[in-house]
Design a protein around this ligand. Structure first.
Ligand code: NAP
Length: 271
């Protein structure tokens, strides 16, 4: 469901704000994006709301994801903070609400309970998690029978996420990507230029197609019309098994962008 409703790819909005965000989001909607990814932490929901409202696109065509930060995982603050997101985004309900990060102490059960309650209250249609480890996915699947529609994680060809992919398959909690082009790092690798020439697409399209063929839906952000267009246009080609395997080999690089040096409360990652 999530894979399809995200149309396999969503437009990410971090760290965009103000006019840069308005311009990029308008371009993304023009190109055809209908799935939008934001978070309370990005402090841009109030910029996104008016763009969506004035777009003329019917609410039920849009698929809006937002996230609750882990300093709001209390009885007193959780649902109030989600209601603020709704107000800023000018919608009655989110399509998906995620726990942005697991709590620093690893105690995921309480926030999962608050997330389920927000869904029961009608604040969101679907629920999910982000930055959960394989072990946390196993605990989540044991904790609730309610579908957890995604675990949004760093996912690109320079990072080995095999453990997480296996946990996703075992638990039925699918992955979605962030840092999909490793914030530009992938463009330094000649393999992607070679494959881009062979398939007559761009290097970014090769990377994003690899992610899709791994069974992972995509979040990408760009401020440039040509990149936004390219990132959305992934259906007209597919990578051969041989080329998938060539890209797979790069994952041993284990280059991770979002780690404890950026996010002190990041968990102990699987790889
Ligand atoms: N859950 C979480 O903890 C978490 C963490 C980080 C991000 N996210 C979400 O995931 C989204 C995407 O991740 P991200 O923005 O960090 O990483 P990303 O998509 O890997 O990188 C974005 C950067 O790549 C460039 N880029 C994008 N498409 C390109 C293309 N086709 N060709 C060349 N350059 C391209 C963009 O520059 P230009 O503007 O110049 O195109 C931008 O600077 C975020 O916006 C956010 O919504 C979630």
């Amino acid at each position: 469901m999530y894979f399809q409703r995200q149309h396999e790819r969503a437009f990410g909005t971090f760290p965009l704000k103000g006019d840069t965000l308005r311009n990029a989001l308008t371009l993304a909607l023009d190109v055809g994006y209908r799935a939008i990814d934001t978070a309370q932490m990005y402090q841009n929901e109030a910029d996104i709301g008016p763009v969506l409202s004035s777009s003329g696109i019917a609410r039920d065509e849009l698929f809006i994801t937002s996230k609750v930060p882990n300093n709001k995982f209390t009885e007193a603050e959780f649902s109030t903070s989600v209601k603020k997101s709704l107000q800023a985004l000018q919608v009655d309900k989110l399509d998906v609400l995620l726990l942005h990060w697991p709590p620093a102490d690893g105690g995921i059960e309480k926030p999962l309970e608050l997330l389920l309650r927000a869904q029961q209250e009608g604040l969101c249609a679907h629920i999910g998690v982000s930055n959960f480890t394989a072990e946390m996915l196993q605990r989540t699947a044991k904790f609730t029978d309610t579908p957890i529609v995604t675990n949004q994680v760093e996912f690109h060809p320079l990072l080995n996420q095999d453990t997480l992919l296996k946990a996703a398959a075992d638990t039925g909690i699918p992955l979605s990507s962030y840092c999909s082009v490793a914030r530009g790092e992938i463009f330094k690798l000649p393999l992607f230029t070679e494959l881009a020439n062979n398939y007559n697409v761009t290097a970014a399209q090769i990377v994003l197609r690899w992610i899709l063929q791994k069974g992972v839906s995509i979040n990408t952000m760009s401020t440039k019309a040509e990149n936004i267009r390219a990132n959305f246009s992934l259906s007209h080609f597919s990578l051969s098994h041989v080329d998938m395997a060539r890209i797979d080999k790069l994952t041993h690089t284990n280059y991770r962008i979002v780690d404890k040096h950026l996010v002190p409360w990041a968990p102990q990652w699987d790889s």
